[in-house]
Ligand binder design. Structure first.
Ligand code: NDP
Ligand code: ZN
Length: 351
């Protein structure tokens, strides 16, 4: 079969590979819609998780089941399914402890385009299929549903980890598709004021649609100063980091209140250390939590989040600025995610 792969750090291309095999708990799925991700860009062009050779990329897909293993109970060939980017082993002890993302070790629930071939292929393997696939609701398009693989659950995980509550003031640093979903998630959780930090007008406009009350452009001056001014010098309750570099943590610490939460969902692709200012961290006694999280995978999360699309509580169509038809457009889609032209939020490719 054909696949679009990371050949090595800094190099991508089309390759031929054998069709994946189906273990007893697995499914083999044919993609119907896929979307390239900024994470693929970190992996390939920053070598952020180390060298990978001839590894098929992609982890965001909706597909049709081709084959299921003998132990799969709830799915059959022909079913249209949403597959989360993270596909944990549900019997691992880490999953039992509530950290399925880390089943088998740090980040090991992230398999596609990390430890096994991803979804940019004619066929791909889904491990633990009963635990990691969800049926596509009838009234949700495959293009929109593919945003459930990663963008919605990641952004919402940022809001979850920040424990956003009614009326709170939340800053979201970075409003690409992931940050936009953190804005939407915070809004759905009842945040009062939401500051959205980004420079591209298309993302700023989308942020307002998703519930941002204020837009801050980091290219027009220090964001700490801009937000403090707008917020009458009061600290904010929560900061969600979904873009920018390592200094965003220092900025977040300057903005947050005692007892506040800084929730990172950004994939930190480069640099070695995050600086934590002793004073801003309340000389070690400020009760300020810093948490970073890979999105949780699994079926139940997909089922819950797909309800938001099914019942029109969340409109992800705003994210889909570039739509293509045809497997070959995967290459173009990834190039767009790398170059981030002004009019781009997220590309989607239907197959
Ligand atoms: P984008 O590149 O589309 O968005 C990044 C955002 O950050 C943009 O709004 C950009 O602004 C903004 N930004 C850039 N530099 C700065 C800065 N110095 N200060 C403040 N804001 C800045 O990325 P995505 O939304 O696609 O993804 C965001 C991150 O989430 C990526 O690192 C991705 O790999 C990661 N990710 C994490 C997952 C997880 O499970 N935790 C899963 C999926 C993705 P603008 O472009 O407007 O100038
Ligand atoms: Zn992704």
């Amino acid at each position: 079969m054909k696949g679009f792969a990371m050949l090595k750090i800094n190099e991508v291309g089309w390759i031929e590979k054998e069709k994946p095999k189906c273990g007893p708990k697995d499914a083999i799925v044919r993609p119907l819609a896929v979307s390239p991700c900024t994470s693929d860009v970190h992996t390939v062009y920053e070598g952020a998780i180390g060298e990978r050779t001839n590894l098929i990329l992609g982890h965001e897909a909706v597909g049709q089941v081709e084959e299921v293993g003998s132990l799969v109970k709830d799915f059959k060939p022909g079913d249209k399914v949403i597959i989360p980017a993270i596909t944990p082993d549900w019997d691992a002890v880490e999953s039992q402890m509530g950290f399925s993302q880390h089943s088998g070790g740090m980040l090991c629930g992230w398999k596609f385009s990390n430890s096994k071939d991803g979804v940019f292929a004619e066929f791909f393997n889904v491990n633990d299929a009963d635990g990691n696939m969800a049926l596509l609701p009838d009234n949700v398009s495959v293009e929109e549903a593919v945003m459930l693989s990663d963008m919605v659950p990641t952004g919402f995980h940022g809001a979850d980890n920040a424990k956003v509550a009614f009326g709170e003031t939340v800053v979201v640093i970075g409003i690409g598709p992931v940050g936009l979903m953190a804005v939407a998630g915070s809004n759905l959780k009842g945040a009062g004021r939401i500051y959205a930090v980004g420079s591209r007008p298309i993302c700023q406009e989308a942020a307002r649609k998703y519930g941002a009350t204020d837009v801050i452009n980091y290219k027009e001056g220090d964001i700490v100063q801009q937000i403090q001014e707008a917020n009458n010098k009061k600290p904010v309750d929560k900061v969600i980091i979904a873009g920018g570099e390592l200094e965003t943590f220092e900025q977040a610490l300057k903005l947050i209140r005692p007892g506040g939460i800084i929730s990172n969902i950004n994939y930190l692709g480069s640099g070695d250390y995050i600086k934590i200012s002793r004073l801003d961290w309340g000389v070690g006694m400020g009760h300020i939590k810093i948490i970073g999280g890979l999105m949780p995978g699994g079926r139940k999360n997909m089922e819950y989040l797909s309800n938001l699309l099914k019942w029109k509580k969340l409109d992800v169509s705003i994210l889909l600025t570039h739509r293509y038809k045809g497997f070959e457009y995967i290459e173009k889609g990834l190039a767009l995610m790398k170059d981030k032209p002004k009019d781009l939020i997220k590309p989607v490719i239907t197959i």
